[in-house]
Design a protein around this ligand. Sequence first.
Ligand code: 5AD
Ligand code: SF4
Length: 407
Amino acid sequence: MRFTIRTYGCQMNVRDSEAVEALMLEKGYEKAESEEDADIVIINSCTVRQKAEEKAIGKAGNMIAAGKQVWMIGCAVKRLGADLYRRLPKVSFAATPEELAAKPEFASAHVVNGFQAFVTVMTGCNNRCSYCIVPAVRGPEKSRPEADIFAEVEFLAGKGVREVTLLGQSVLRYNGFPRLLRRIAGIDGIERIRFTSAHPSGCTDELVEVYRDCPKVCRHLHLPVQSGSDRVLAEMGRRYTRAEYLAAVAKLRAFDPEFSVTTDVIVGYPGETEEDFEATRSLMEEAQFDNAFVFKYSPRPGTRSALLADDVSTEEKERRDQVLLADQERRGQKRNDALAGSVREVLVEGPSKRNPDRWSGRDSGNRIVVWDADDPASRRTPGEFARIKILEAHPQILVGEIERRSP
Ligand code: 5AD
Ligand code: SF4
């Protein structure tokens, strides 16, 4: 039997899909070349917004119609419960994230095919943000023992992994996280360490000291802000103020002005006024985000905010979304313009999918860097470092050339 996995949602799901793949291979299933070639299509679903859930359900329906066996896993399985079988009567198998995580071998199962890997540090979430379905679908927060995490990264390093991304809904809450970072930075072969997702309360002096001491810890933090209005932040239950959030960003940028800070923002939260929205706009300008993901509020069943009237119209949500994206486009351009002429230390990923004559990789700040590689001397092995001199900046991409050393 041949299988393939389609993954929706966040990096936790990407990690879970990797683990499922490893366990399937161990059980003797084979990986299909393509969807057409597969007997079993495993769909790892997301439910963070209604649209995300619909995509996974729609895909499952199509695959069933195409005669495939469909196995559903992921967050939408948990949210839908018995409704899943009403929506998709022909689904062959379903498991929630917690059911998968209950297998002892699940946490450390890996298919290592490349130089990058995700490592779970914490599962679940204890925050109770009013809009968020994650605690309901991923269960309460649970930390993995430090020794297990460390052993897993050592194992991965032995398999050629050079970049690890430590995962948790609120990873900075891991007890002794700075110490864990230092220990992992000491593992031979590991060249880069990333982690996500973060909360501003975790941006302590101790964390900045880790950045200072460990160049392997990447100069990028994804720090979801959600809103710039103190009133909305309080309603959301985010447990920080606008000023506290901006102080966290300022601390990172004081350490390194090029430190890349990215964020998530929700527009159209119940009761969000024009004034609240303008506060989000001005916060984004003050924070000078390197990149931002903007989401239109979507009420999720069972969350606290689902009890409030979803009173910002679809058109107004769309307008606010567009305004923030246009702002961010200008800001991204400005942030990246400042990097023109600099040399970025890039971990090479390989030929770009759209144009194989262009190669691509990422700098420590997680910025995408591409360079012309039609001349073979400009090609590198994926997983190797390259030094790229930046010639051209765009809002979400830097274009350069392999650094030529002066004679
Ligand atoms: N509606 C819209 N966006 C949401 N997010 C989480 N829940 C919702 C919701 N109900 C966004 C947040 C989060 C990102 C992963 O998805 O911005 O950081
Ligand atoms: Fe990830 Fe949340 Fe989507 Fe689940 S619901 S896949 S935790 S984004």
